[in-house]
Design a binder for this molecule. Structure first.
Ligand code: HEC
Ligand code: HEC
Ligand code: HEC
Ligand code: HEC
Ligand code: HEC
Length: 462
């Protein structure tokens, strides 16, 4: 018995010395399950449930990329990826190994970025790569200095009220060569929403934790029936641009909010000069990032795609010009104007495998409040019938078809496309006229296909 105990102690000492045992020997049971918080903070629970934070360790796209990363690096990426995607799993030492079939993985670790993780954060060591420090001592840190709860101690935390809180995870750089991969916090910090003065700055929380999509909007009420009435209660939907994962989580609320958010992020203005059959048409498409506090797009931008589609048709419906079309493999026309980043491996070849990234080939994303003007020219054939309808759209999808094919296999899932903004005009009938653009029908049916695919494979979160 003594011998076994000694071996156990030695093992622990060895593991601690190589940094494999979680600091201060935390256990996942030191953190409360979100269902405990739900008992009193039910609205906040319902907002968080169905968010990508609640699914950060069950998101099928994440799990698949994590698996490929692990295979290709002999497990070197295991504790790196998981630090942000299941912080409690890593702090408690349950993770690595990676994957949902890990026998050590507790229920709380599966629930990703949960209530008690965020509210046990007691400080940070800086920005990016999971720079949080955590103390699951029962004290819940938050925005109030006068908050009293019969269940837990409370403490005011300035960090929770600032973008730096989100910046601990929403800036990702390569752990070995330091190359930036995701830079949402840095984009915000360098942009116009960071005025440097807390009275006028618009923090991440102001857009992502209030009913206002592009600015602070108050949400008066109570965070629990036993709490006081307050001028504002921070919401916990944490909605970005992802419409596909909320469909998997069967959260219509989050899906709809993501759609609204994307439609509030950008403005598109179409400028055309009049031209007739046999002449050259010139079109200008102006795109402004009116609503995002960071670049458009942000986050995983080697995968996200925002692009302009321009279609010109004559009055008989004959297509004269099309830029930004999807080809038969679901890839966007390579000649299209696309806002995203292209990252490269050591040989300088484009890669979607972030662990291989050593440099950036291009980054043409639109900064906050910036306007881009893109110009198109094409000839209107002599036999085209006036008037000519010109439509310009700004499209978004969370993942290129190439990434989905890599992760889920070719011809399995169609990446859903969402229209962020559009405008249409008619020319060639003696002037320029505004016109209606066709709507959204196809997009929603595609989302249905995505969901059906995941359900058929039994991939469903929590
Ligand atoms: C028995 C009811 C109850 C339970 C269970 C409960 N809380 Fe609270 N909590 C309260 C009350 C009451 C307040 C005070 C509300 C106020 O001041 O507006 C509060 C306040 C808070 C605050 C604000 C703290 C501050 O200083 O700004 C946070 C954060 C919080 N709770 C997180 C949690 C988390 C996380 C859980 C689950 C681990 C949880 N609560 C479980 C009742 C509860
Ligand atoms: C990603 C981190 C994160 C997660 C996950 C999270 N919160 Fe919060 N929560 C915050 C931040 C940040 C604030 C304060 C925002 C501010 O002041 O700008 C906050 C505020 C609160 C407040 C105070 C609300 C108010 O305005 O009076 C309560 C209560 C709370 N959270 C409870 C919860 C509960 C319960 C859950 C889980 C269902 C949860 N939180 C999940 C980050 C988080
Ligand atoms: C512990 C790390 C961590 C912290 C802290 C954190 N996040 Fe996140 N957040 C993530 C991860 C990981 C995801 C992506 C999960 C996935 O898709 O698998 C995410 C997703 C999101 C999304 C959804 C993105 C989309 O594509 O729709 C939003 C919005 C978001 N976070 C906002 C915030 C805000 C605002 C804060 C600060 C109040 C914050 N996050 C704090 C790690 C974190
Ligand atoms: C002025 C309002 C505003 C501020 C401030 C803001 N955001 Fe956003 N955010 C948006 C809008 C609008 C979108 C949707 C467009 C998009 O995807 O870029 C978005 C999208 C996102 C996404 C999803 C990106 C994607 O396409 O996958 C994440 C993640 C995110 N924000 C995190 C943050 C974080 C972290 C901060 C603070 C550093 C922040 N946001 C500050 C408005 C804001
Ligand atoms: C520093 C924290 C952090 C680390 C480390 C990290 N991620 Fe993430 N990850 C995030 C955040 C934040 C988002 C959300 C960004 C957005 O929505 O665009 C995200 C989003 C993702 C997504 C997109 C999910 C979706 O549904 O669109 C995938 C896939 C992903 N991460 C895989 C990985 C892999 C694989 C690794 C390790 C090689 C890794 N992440 C390491 C923070 C991190």
């Amino acid at each position: 018995m003594k011998k076994i105990l000694l071996m156990l102690v030695l093992t622990v000492v060895f593991l601690s010395s190589v940094g494999m045992v979680a600091s201060k020997g935390m256990e996942s049971s030191d953190f409360d399950d979100p269902s405990v918080c739900r008992g009193c903070h039910s609205d906040i629970y319902d907002q968080w449930d169905g968010s990508l934070h609640s699914a950060s360790y069950t998101d099928p796209l994440y799990l698949k990329l994590e698996e490929i990363a692990s295979e290709e690096t002999d497990g070197l990426t295991d504790d790196y990826c998981t630090k942000c995607h299941t912080p409690i799993g890593v702090l408690s030492g349950e993770v690595p190994p990676i994957g949902l079939d890990n026998p050590n993985l507790g229920e709380i670790s599966k629930k990703g970025i949960s209530c008690d993780f965020c509210h046990s954060v007691n400080g940070s060591t800086g920005i990016g790569n999971g720079a949080f420090t955590v103390s699951p001592d029962g004290t819940k840190r938050g925005p109030h200095d006068d908050s009293k709860s019969p269940y837990h101690k409370t403490e005011f935390s300035d960090l929770h009220t600032k973008s730096e809180f989100c910046g601990m995870c929403h800036d990702v750089s390569h752990p070995v060569n330091g190359h930036p991969i995701e830079t949402t916090y840095t984009e915000w910090k360098e942009g116009p929403y960071n005025t440097g003065d807390p009275k006028t700055a618009t923090y991440c929380q102001d857009c992502h934790m209030t009913p206002g999509i592009t600015q602070f909007e108050s949400n008066p009420g109570k965070s629990t029936s036993m709490g006081p009435e307050r001028e504002h209660i921070y919401t916990h939907y944490f909605v970005g641009g992802n419409v596909a994962v909320p469909v998997l989580l069967e959260s219509e609320v989050h899906r709809k909010m993501a759609e609204d958010r994307l439609k509030s992020a950008a403005k598109l203005k179409l400028e055309v000069s009049d031209a007739k059959a046999g002449e050259e048409a010139e079109i200008k498409v102006k795109v402004t990032n009116i609503g995002a506090g960071h670049k458009l797009p942000t986050g995983l931008t080697e995968a996200r795609e925002i692009w302009i589609e321009v279609i010109a048709t004559d009055s008989e419906g004959k297509k004269i010009f099309h830029s930004g079309e999807l080809d038969e493999n679901g890839n966007v026309d390579p000649g299209a104007v696309m806002y995203h980043t292209v990252l490269a491996d050591a040989e300088g070849n484009p890669t979607l495998k972030v662990w291989k990234v050593e440099s950036t080939i291009s980054d043409n994303r639109i900064s906050p409040k910036e306007t881009r003007i893109e110009t198109y020219h094409f000839n209107i054939p002599n036999d085209a019938k006036s008037p000519i309808l010109i439509q310009a759209k700004l499209n978004y999808r969370s993942a290129s078809q190439e990434l989905l094919d890599l992760l889920l296999g070719k011809d399995t899932v169609v990446s859903p496309v969402l229209e962020m903004a559009s405008q249409a005009k008619e020319i060639g009938a003696g002037g320029v006229e505004a016109s209606e653009t066709p709507g959204f029908g196809i997009i929603l049916s595609v989302l249905g296909i995505v969901a059906a695919f995941f359900f058929s494979r039994g991939i469903k979160s929590i």
